[in-house]
Design a protein around this ligand. Sequence first.
Ligand code: KE4
Length: 429
Amino acid sequence: MGVSLSDAKSAELYVRAVQRLPGGVNSPVRAMRAIGRDPLFIDRAEGAEIVDVDGNRYVDFVCSWGPLIHGHAHPEILEAVHTAAARGTTFGAPTQGEVELAEEVARRIPSVQMLRMTSSGTEAAMSAVRLARAATGREKLLKFAGAYHGHLDGLLTDAGSGLATAAMPSSPGVPAAATATTIVIPWNDGEAVVAACARHDFAALLAEPYPANMGLVPPHEGFLELLRNQATANGALLVFDEVITGFRVGPGGAQERSGIAPDLTVMGKVVGGGLPAAAYGGSIELMNHVAPAGDVYQAGTLSGNPLAIAAGLQTLRMLDEQAYLRLGAITEAMAAGLHDAAASAGVPVQVAWVPGLFTVFFSTVPVHDYAGARACDTEAHAAWCRALLARGVYPPASQFEAWFPSLAHTPEHLDRALEAAAAAFADVA
Ligand code: KE4
């Protein structure tokens, strides 16, 4: 892994890309603007490694922003997709696989006894919000600054992820009416939750149980329980957006680890195994409000697509207890190693982690909310990420994202990554 990577082919493609795609990409964070460089175009990947069009090989800690918990191009997932594709790619009709996936999710997540598939997390979050409003007859939503639930109009206020990176508190083009019913308060602020619930009748309190779109900022002890109790007392639904944490931080996601059951769960990423699939779900009573069982309309041409179902089912079937223990150990090893490497280089960082996710905050104090994340030294973070790329490690290109280790990351990958990180911290120091 040389320090200076040649990116001539990426540069060439980028010149063409920016003429036909906004920013040259199909999703903002991929443009790498937050780390002060042009994007690398990827040619192929296998396991924990990704190779760009110039042939530079990296240990990948983005893993497509979460879906690839088994790493890239896992043979058994490819086999499942190939087998499904040979039988036809989409029918616009129900299939056995969709029933099997819903049954598997119900087994893993007791609060999701019924679900509806969509093709993206945004679509799933949007539909869950519509259902919550229909079921309660209310309109207002409570969300947390720095949380990201996809790019639906009503929730693009102080959103995290790309918006946080672009420092845009909300996006142009979002009508004021769309966000007028959204109340945004700081994460981990129990008093603000109680005050908001005293002032407003909410359809839903919406949260990423372990927020990972302002970087990973776990809930304080008791905070999720407070959300649960306040939602119940307020007559609001508690909606957990587990697009990132679902099936990653444990077999039943963050709600299993925290012991707090929401009324609705939004899922994505891992559930589609790397193909476009997401879902929202909850009790049978709630979900039977959704058309055609009920009158809450929501639909999708490719919802429950057979290829995505095949990839999702195979992904979940390979995620047994051992897999989660292993992913937890991989995550802990990376978090501890990065903490030590930064300390040795005298670079002040805070490393937050839960099994399957971690973030290196360039901050002298622990990060408890979005304001804390925004106060990080994003310039130093950007320089560190550029130095990591030059040494063959592919980090999430934003201080406001999480790193996504996979079960394909071997001890050798971790050694390579930690060696590169130590050198990159020395560069930054
Ligand atoms: P999609 O519409 O991108 O499938 O899912 C939206 C979404 C919903 N909820 C949470 C908690 C999410 O993290 C996301 C999407 N996550 C980002 C990265 N943090 C996807 C990467 C991107 O935007 O390109």
